[in-house]
Write a protein that binds this ligand. Sequence first.
Ligand code: NAG
Ligand code: NAG
Ligand code: NAG
Ligand code: NAG
Ligand code: NAG
Ligand code: NAG
Ligand code: NAG
Ligand code: NAG
Ligand code: NAG
Ligand code: NAG
Ligand code: NAG
Ligand code: NAG
Length: 526
Amino acid sequence: MRILIYLFIIWSSLRTLAAASNLTVAVEGVASETVSTAVWPTMSPQMTVAFRSQRDVMGNLTIDQLPYVGLNLRRVLLNNETNMVNDGNNTRLFTMFKSMLGSEANAFVLDLEQHNNELTVPDSTLLFSDLLTELQSFIFSTQNNLYANVIVLLLNISAPALTSTERGYQNETLNTTLILDKNLGSTFIYKPMDLQSDRSKGNAWNIYGKSSSDGWPTLGSVLYEQKKRLVIGELTDIFNETTAPYIFPKDVFHYEQGNATLDCPSSVDGLANLSSIHWRFLDSRFNSADIKEYISCGVSPIISNPSYINNVTQLADIIHEGSVWSWDVNQPSVTSSTSKSGDLSDTLEAYNCVLFHYFANNGTATWRVDNCYDSNVGLCRYENRAFKWLVRSNKATYFDFDNYQGSKCPDQYTFNIPRTPLEQRSLIFYLRNASFPDTKIWIDLNSISVSNCWVSGGPYASCPYEKVISRRNFVTMMVPASVCSFALLFIVVYLSVLRVPIYDNRKNWRRVINKISKSELEGVPS
Ligand SMILES: *[C@@H]1O[C@H](CO)[C@@H](O)[C@H](O)[C@H]1NC(C)=O
Ligand SMILES: *[C@@H]1O[C@H](CO)[C@@H](O)[C@H](O)[C@H]1NC(C)=O
Ligand SMILES: *[C@@H]1O[C@H](CO)[C@@H](O)[C@H](O)[C@H]1NC(C)=O
Ligand SMILES: *[C@@H]1O[C@H](CO)[C@@H](O)[C@H](O)[C@H]1NC(C)=O
Ligand SMILES: *[C@@H]1O[C@H](CO)[C@@H](O)[C@H](O)[C@H]1NC(C)=O
Ligand SMILES: *[C@@H]1O[C@H](CO)[C@@H](O)[C@H](O)[C@H]1NC(C)=O
Ligand SMILES: *[C@@H]1O[C@H](CO)[C@@H](O)[C@H](O)[C@H]1NC(C)=O
Ligand SMILES: *[C@@H]1O[C@H](CO)[C@@H](O)[C@H](O)[C@H]1NC(C)=O
Ligand SMILES: *[C@@H]1O[C@H](CO)[C@@H](O)[C@H](O)[C@H]1NC(C)=O
Ligand SMILES: *[C@@H]1O[C@H](CO)[C@@H](O)[C@H](O)[C@H]1NC(C)=O
Ligand SMILES: *[C@@H]1O[C@H](CO)[C@@H](O)[C@H](O)[C@H]1NC(C)=O
Ligand SMILES: *[C@@H]1O[C@H](CO)[C@@H](O)[C@H](O)[C@H]1NC(C)=O
């Protein structure tokens, strides 16, 4: 059986190589990965991996239920604290905005004023179209499956002070569609029209068992099938579907300022009720402790702490705390699999599996990488239900808990993982109600197939970047990933295979693998 698995790994790495052979694209792709963040701290490699793994875990969730961390741009950057008006040189602002896009923040609230046929940032010479150009360049540079994310842009449009009878603000020459088409490109925008079509096709399903008539599409569908990156909404009531067909109206979003009126759910019922509300935002001041609380209560914070261009980067810590709701600090750790030489049989180690650590004393939980060969209990989810969990009391290694023959979960349950802060909260409720002590639980997330590529789907799940690449229409978009994953798969063939799930005949295996990899991979350009 294992022969087949390794042959499969080798075969898929060769397949990946074939997909990656368009070198011109590869070079372009690698160059475009260096998103310039001269002013905002760049994400560490570890942070990038943590952030990406969260995104991947959430791939099957609908985009209205994801946790976003946002910035109210007027409050944090585009205010006249720095004589934005007098200066007239907006280069620094653009650079700052662009570097914000490269941070973990993925929702932006932008105040705009309508001036004839343009939208401008109040008290400044900044045009909406200029900001869109920055956004477009960011989207271009991250339009691959390693870095793509969904960005939410919420517009707060103010009309110049005219009486309603003058209707001067509704200048007929303002065409938002034209502005967006010209400066951003309509292909990146998930529009009301797309939602309508998704709903009519029944694509917009949601795990909370809601009908498709008011559902939203999943993150995976938006990013990888439709290749959309941006959801634009209006917080005011200026536009309608005729005047702004790319922009979602106000009533789509649950947007609050100041104090939250939504209660933090304290029961599974409450969680279910809360998750029936789409797009929950709270625009307020946050600190690095309370932002985590809000996220765990299912609210997407929009940070409005007063700041300006010279000190806005001090908000980086708060954004960081808010954006990683799953992993512990300094996780996922990159510990290479090692086995102490000479004593292979009882020192198997592969730090490629994830344990959910539950702390009974304070009712919190966090994820940490651990040794797949350790014995622990595992997490099961009931069918497709978001909030129904079971922890199996019998301990097993990661490979024994779940494999291609099935998992240790009972019928109708599957080995699983909490995919959102609310799901994590419901799991904590379950553990608390069942009076669990401090417990370490295997969850369905591992990097066994490719190091740093965290995947769900049991120990034999393959890295999704590789899978996506094999689909023809993604080849150009996904090449940077394929180059990486080929390199990593190559290492897998040589290294991991020797250590990971092999209990017997290790030497034979090594010989077979070496033989195959030598003959098959000879002449591969590096
Ligand atoms: C390589 O990519 C370029 C640019 O996308 C494309 O024009 C060309 O046809 C591709 N070549 C091959 C062999 O796929
Ligand atoms: C996403 O949903 C599809 C369809 O239900 C399922 O086949 C797939 O395993 C799910 N993926 C993850 C990562 O949960
Ligand atoms: C704007 O400022 C930047 C540096 O902050 C400078 O490099 C650039 O030349 C200035 N542009 C104009 C038009 O003054
Ligand atoms: C509407 O826009 C046109 C062209 O930009 C401008 O000439 C006109 O003055 C504007 N009307 C109002 C009421 O602002
Ligand atoms: C910002 O500019 C507006 C009008 O240009 C002015 O009324 C306001 O007082 C200014 N605010 C600050 C903080 O300077
Ligand atoms: C929208 O703009 C108005 C007027 O400028 C302001 O009072 C309000 O707080 C803004 N809303 C948000 C969400 O920033
Ligand atoms: C707005 O611009 C688009 C082109 O981007 C054009 O198709 C549409 O007709 C314009 N709408 C109006 C009301 O002029
Ligand atoms: C949208 O707004 C425009 C301008 O105010 C108005 O003429 C039009 O009737 C509105 N359309 C709808 C569907 O409400
Ligand atoms: C928010 O709550 C605090 C404390 O309860 C209160 O002092 C403050 O006035 C409230 N703010 C708003 C805008 O309701
Ligand atoms: C959830 O919603 C239902 C129906 O609206 C309501 O009866 C119930 O009290 C709510 N539960 C909680 C915990 O808020
Ligand atoms: C930035 O500076 C302003 C004025 O000095 C201050 O009020 C504000 O709290 C500072 N913001 C941050 C995030 O440090
Ligand atoms: C909860 O308790 C654990 C262990 O006692 C501790 O490591 C963790 O930092 C605590 N978490 C919080 C948020 O206080």
